[in-house]
Ligand binder design. Sequence first.
Ligand code: HOZ
Length: 426
Amino acid sequence: MTRSEDLFNQAQTMIPGGVNSPVRAFKSVGGTPRFIQSAKGATITDVDGNTYLDYVGSWGPMIVGHTHPDVVEAIRSAAGRGSSYGAPTEAEITLAQKIIEVVPSVEMVRLVNSGTEATMSALRLARGATGRDAILKFEGCYHGHADSLLVAAGSGAATFGVPSSPGVPEATAKDTLTLPFNDLEAVEKLFSKQGSEIAAIIVEPVAGNMGCILPKPGYLQGLRRICSKHGAILIFDEVMTGFRVALGGAQAVYDVQPDLITLGKVIGGGLPVGAYGGRKDLMEQISPAGPIYQAGTLSGNPLATAAGLATLNLICEPGFYDRVGAATKRLVDGFSSIFTKAGVAHVCAQQGTMFGLFFTDQNSVDNFAHSAACDGKRFNRWFHGMLDAGVYLAPSAFEAGFVSGAHDETVIDKTLEAAEKVAGKI
Ligand code: HOZ
């Protein structure tokens, strides 16, 4: 028995499913999750001493690679001064300033502790500001696990076949309207009937929880237009795409200004952080500036703020996104030509440093129904083949892949060598 197997057996007796977040349990791909001992640069090492090239990157945060010395030093130095005060610090202003400088739509920002908190709070703000209850989300988009967002959700909820979770009150779920991603006409139709009741549209501008799916040309602009016309708030959930698909996030790539955005992952540099921000007139309605309540004992935590700032300083260096984006493109183009040579029908997607692969003979994958129709068994063979060859991909076909600044040419070459060997056997 491997040490991972032993630990997984123990964990299952004490932790639901043996894990503290569902997808990492390997349940849909089968086999034993690797228990991780340490990580460095582009690699993670498990408790059995196996080292893998890592394309999960803690599900997005590790954009500068694991244990980058600047980030480690920032955390170490912050920890020496105290791990939490429950009082404001100067570093929170520096981080807020950095976010405001870089993300086009953000005039004010509030730090929280996770992406879930960020989306939940942004929705409360949208509802409080508009006096409306209904929200629109898209099938297969995942915005964390707040009640009103676990309806037709992606990520683990889709992976395990419970996109609408038991335990969400019917009264809450009824205010969450859902439509397919990338279908602007359906949004127009809904708003022409119910536009005056809808507080907000929340969307992952590049979807990353039903695989990686890009918005069709004009789709995000269309959502912007519809929200402005009907007085609804447009929320871009950039927890995954923020500081990931480009320095300014998806809104910079697609040149669309949402009213509010949510952030997480990269801005915490691997520590638990989220944020929501946007128009000043909206953000000033948050307590104590305004009446809409939201709070958190650990919000603006000094360690998390320090790790986030160190990470942002590194990714703001000129050329960072060009370099890592080019590495991602080389990886995805490489996969695609290997699959084509091996006769494996596929669709690839890439935006900046984020990517997705679908095993399908459909011409394109534009929404959750398309993604769910892909060949899951082939994905599982691909996943395990790559894992055996030393490449750690997300253990679910509904997740995206992430490349970091530590994925240099050698790492990409090694990954493609592994893919060459695996593609013929899936
Ligand atoms: N929800 C994240 C994936 N999109 C985290 C999954 C996990 O850590 O299990």
